[in-house]
Design a protein around this ligand. Structure first.
Ligand SMILES: [Cu+2]
Length: 152
């Protein structure tokens, strides 16, 4: 009996660990800063929804930092960043956070915060999938020709 119980406990622990039954998969999480003591950082990732129903990304949390979801959008030739309340992640669909589009904005950084190479633990909050952890790696932002003027 003792043995049966412990097997059951291990099975439960394993299934809880194997990213639960989360329908949300996160890939390529990277956080860019323009330079080491930049006061803001932008987080990029790819969100896949494997469920048969749409989900909604509602929030992002990073302990000890102010984080929110932004969208860069060009209006009258000027690039602006807007706060986004929610992003629909379509059923069996993919939403990419890329420079010039959606990003996780981290603001109010002090010198020494989030150094290059650091791993930053964040939590994405979805309407259906609930809280999904994501580990960003902080990297110097790579410029490309399309997005040379981007702040994030
Ligand atoms: Cu932003």
């Amino acid at each position: 009996m003792q043995k049966l119980l412990s097997v059951a406990a291990i099975l439960m622990a394993t299934s809880a660990f194997a990213d639960g039954n989360s329908s949300i998969k996160i890939t390529e999480p990277t956080m860019f800063k323009a330079f080491e003591n930049a006061r803001a950082a932008g987080g990029y990732l790819v969100i896949s929804n494997t469920a048969a129903e749409d989900d909604l990304l509602l929030d992002v949390k990073i302990e000890g930092h102010m984080a929110m979801i932004h969208e860069s959008r060009e209006e009258d030739g000027i690039m602006r960043m807007l706060h986004v309340d929610a992003i629909s992640i379509p059923a069996e669909g993919v939403v990419e956070f890329v420079p010039g589009g959606f990003h996780v904005m981290v603001m109010g950084l002090k010198p020494g915060d989030l150094p290059f190479g650091e791993t930053v633990e964040a939590t994405l909050v979805f309407e259906i999938a609930g809280e999904v952890p994501v580990m960003f790696t902080v990297e110097p932002r790579k410029m490309d020709h399309k997005n040379q003027n981007m702040t994030n």
